[in-house]
Design a protein around this ligand. Structure first.
Ligand code: 4AD
Ligand code: MG
Length: 413
């Protein structure tokens, strides 16, 4: 018999079906047991009425433990008050697999306990909603770049290059040499952009982040587009079009998931271009006005990002930071500023995008590599990109987990 998934139940109104599912909750009152079933695609309630089933089945239904797998036979009935719009009038119930003492009960659990049981916690309806939204985000990332003339080029994970500074490198023993886990595919995308014009990579990246924050992971996914013949302004145009697209796709496909997460949807509906753009200098002014005394010339941390984002109800792009606080590869702009941009999500979710225009001048680039104490030998190939047909080019990286946290309205990545 063809497996019937709960999400397809509308096709079976008034028909008899057999469903296999996990029991995630249960309620009883006298002659009725209400079994809350989930099969991963959706949830539905099965009503076990004493008059409709054998005495054994009625007794069994009373005893089924949480997360046991059941097979329920019954008729699909319209039920407007349920989320899915239907329920099952059960005529038979079998237990396929018994789960005893499932650790995550419907009562509240602390975050530590839940993290320890992450493999089971995934099954909860909120965690499932997050997985669904992450899926939409990842699909829309690919759809966006695929439909904008970008070629997917996978960057290596083992690399000799420190793209984002040497303090957050995960070192591995690579036979007789050292290799690092990739912090970013950017340098490889710069090479790829010179071959295909517009390239992107999308994969796991690693940072040995010592600080334990709500925003920092040691392993996260990043998508990194890179365009030849593009400057910092083209980069910002692309970034805002891209983020607007992702949010629109989640609103289109995941309304119910957002509701499950109790996300304020109106805040997401507001994410439309143009996004505000402010310079680092303007950002410092905002901070000082708000009583934050970050000295001019210093980088921003999470607190500063939150203070700045409070001024806007859309993601804000902060551009042209001082060269001294940014990575070696940024193009030097006027007044020793870097042609860089960070996109800060609204509602205090912090930086979701970092990127900018790359230095195309080989001498300036070489000087930066030395200044930041990076090993010039490992950058030979990278410098070749400036020797042979150097062009203005720009790109950015968007962190998936932070984007998911923002769109879902989660406290923690
Ligand atoms: O600003 P970052 O470090 O930029 C780069 O890696 C560039 N090479 C990207 C490029 O231009 N191709 O990181 C980019 C984004 C951040 O804005 C953030 O969303 C995410 O990656 N990110 C992290 N997410 C979770 N945990 C961490 N430790 C992260 N570090 C960066
Ligand atoms: Mg950054």
């Amino acid at each position: 018999m063809k497996k019937i998934w709960i999400e397809d139940i509308k096709n079976y109104e008034n028909k008899e079906v057999v469903l296999q599912a996990w029991l995630y909750n249960k309620r009883s009152s006298g002659k009725l047991h209400f079994l809350q079933l989930r099969d991963g695609t959706a949830e539905i309630q099965a009503v076990v009425f004493k008059g409709n089933v054998s005495a054994e089945v009625f007794e069994l239904a009373d005893k089924i433990s949480q997360e046991s797998v059941v097979e329920v036979k019954g008729t699909v009935k319209k039920h407007d008050r349920s989320k899915i719009g239907y329920e099952i009038d059960a005529t038979d119930v079998k237990v396929i697999s018994v789960a005893n003492d499932y650790p995550i009960t419907p009562k509240e659990h602390g975050p530590h306990f839940l993290m320890e049981h992450r493999h089971l916690w995934l099954r909860s309806l909120k965690q499932k909603a997050i997985l669904n939204i992450r899926h939409t985000i990842i699909k829309s990332v690919r759809d966006f770049f695929d439909s904008h003339g970008f070629t997917l080029v996978d960057a290596p994970i083992f690399t000799p290059n420190a793209c984002e500074g040497s303090t957050t490198l995960f070192e591995t023993d690579y036979f007789d040499q050292k290799a690092y886990l990739s912090q970013s595919g950017q340098l490889y995308m710069e090479a790829a952009a010179m071959a295909v014009g517009k390239a992107y990579c999308f994969g796991p990246t690693f940072r040995a982040e010592k600080s334990k924050t709500r925003r920092h992971l040691t392993e996260f996914w990043m998508v990194e587009p890179e365009m030849a013949f593009a400057d910092i302004w083209d980069d910002m145009d692309l970034a805002e079009e891209f983020v607007e697209y992702i949010v629109a796709k989640v609103l289109e496909n995941n309304r119910q998931d957002l509701e499950t997460l109790e996300r304020d949807i109106s805040k997401l509906e507001n994410i439309k271009r143009p996004f505000p753009r402010i310079s680092y200098d303007e950002a410092i002014e905002i901070l000082h006005k708000k009583g934050n005394d970050t000295p001019y010339g210093e980088d921003f941390g999470g607190d500063e990002e939150t203070l700045i984002s409070e001024e806007f109800d859309k993601p804000v792009m902060i551009h042209h930071y001082p060269m001294s606080v940014k990575a070696f590869y940024f193009k030097q702009a006027e007044n020793d500023k870097a042609a860089c941009v960070d996109m800060i999500a609204p509602e205090g979710y912090g930086e979701i995008i970092g990127g900018g225009q790359r230095e195309e001048d080989i001498d300036k680039l070489m000087a930066k590599i030395k200044e930041q104490n990076l090993n010039p030998e490992t950058f030979d190939w990278y410098l070749d990109l400036r020797k042979y047909g150097s062009v203005p080019h720009a790109g950015f990286g968007l962190g998936i987990e932070r984007t998911v946290a923002w769109i879902c309205g989660l406290h923690h990545v």
